[in-house]
Design a protein around this ligand. Structure first.
Ligand code: PLP
Length: 366
């Protein structure tokens, strides 16, 4: 079966050389040398400051909410977010005792529509949690303007936006914090892992304590904390993947360029923010009806190719856990008609051509 995404596996020799260091030092976790090295290298590669590595992208969101005081207070709070995302954006809020309030997305960019945000703000609203969905930049200026006017924090879930530049600088430098996921299926990964990029140094310092039980010295505990540390073994994978990232990105760009060239007059595509670069993390397309979307998935299944309905369902339709009464018809509509196509660095060229050929045939028939 051809998967929709495949983890990038770095050279074993390279990985072994990092693991040799772990054996020499006999140091496996607690801010070890490789975690420190990966932190520095990522700050340099991404052109950011105040980056904190954590155990996964979900904890990155949770720690960001805590460090910024959005959660962990006794008051009942709300955050405005998008229903068109991976479940962790909203479930991490709920887990932290913050009610996610869904606001609808823009029909073309699939990111939060800023013109709908203000009507959702109440006296309990503390934050906006937008997602740069599939790596596309949100309307950052409009969101920042609303946040400033109402004294709200902004945490960007930038899990898809590794390496994206916005107006010539890293997209991760916008908002009070931006979070990344380094899950195996992401563009850059550490097996499991994640990071938070804080705007302010003092928030970084607070979060550093929080990810290690609040411990600040052998006999001092200064914060309510949890364990969200990244291990040396995960950092070793991350460093090996980062050493080869240019090759990975080059290969993915070739796949993405071919899809884009061939499919530009077929299906509906995400309209990219003019000020943002592309990182080709995902290849999403939208069909005309849900019926043909289901048909397309089955059509490819028969050829042993995974075309995945993603993100589906829209989170405002998930019963019990997240449902609130907000109507988000645009998100519901896009989610019911969207699929993501296979992309990874060693996707065979013949498979890529096969996928495109059948997408064009399918579009003609529908
Ligand atoms: C992957 C992802 C997450 C969660 O990251 P994990 O590292 O798997 O915990 C959160 N938000 C979005 C948008 C994601 O795609």
């Amino acid at each position: 079966m051809i998967p929709v995404a495949k983890p990038y596996l770095p050279s074993r020799e390279k990985l072994n050389s990092y693991i040799d260091g772990i054996y020499d030092r006999a140091w496996l976790t607690n801010n070890g040398q490789l975690v420190q090295e990966l932190t520095r290298r990522l700050e340099e590669y991404l052109e950011v400051e105040n980056l904190l590595l954590v155990a996964n992208g979900t904890l990155a969101l949770q720690i960001a909410y805590r460090a910024l005081g959005i959660s962990g207070t006794s008051n009942k709070t709300e955050a405005i977010t998008t229903p068109f995302t991976f479940v962790a954006t909203a479930s991490s809020l709920k887990w932290e005792g913050i009610d996610p309030v869904f606001s609808d997305i823009d029909e073309t960019t699939w990111c939060l529509d800023p013109s709908l945000i203000e009507q959702e703000i109440t006296s309990r609203t503390k934050a906006i949690v937008p997602v740069h969905v599939f790596g596309n930049a949100c309307d950052i200026e409009a969101i920042d303007f609303i946040a400033q006017r109402h004294d709200l924090k902004v945490v960007y879930d930038a899990s898809h936006a590794f390496g994206v530049k916005y107006r010539g600088k890293s997209i991760l430098r916008y908002g009070d914090a931006a979070t990344l996921s380094f899950h195996a299926t992401k563009l850059f990964h550490t097996g499991e892992g994640g990071a938070i990029i804080f705007k302010r140094k003092e928030d970084l310092e607070r979060a550093k304590k929080m990810i290690n039980f609040g411990i600040t010295g052998p006999e001092t505990i200064e914060e309510l904390g949890i364990n969200a540390k990244l291990s040396e073994l995960h950092a070793a994978i991350g460093l090996s993947v980062l050493d080869e990232i240019d090759n990975n990105i080059y290969a993915r760009n070739k796949v993405a360029d071919f899809y884009r060239q061939q499919l530009s007059n077929h299906y509906q595509h995400q309209v990219w923010n003019n000020y943002a670069t592309q990182n080709n993390a995902y290849i999403p397309l939208v069909l005309n009806t849900e019926e043909s979307t289901i048909k397309l998935v089955k059509y490819f299944q028969a050829m042993k190719i995974t075309v995945r309905r993603y993100f589906y369902p829209s989170l405002s339709n998930i019963p019990l856990v997240l449902k609130n009464n907000k109507k988000t018809t645009i998100s519901d509509g896009i989610a019911s008609r969207i699929v993501c196509l296979p992309i990874y660095s060693n996707l065979p060229e013949c498979t890529l051509h096969e996928i495109v050929k059948h997408l064009l045939l399918f579009d003609e028939k529908e």
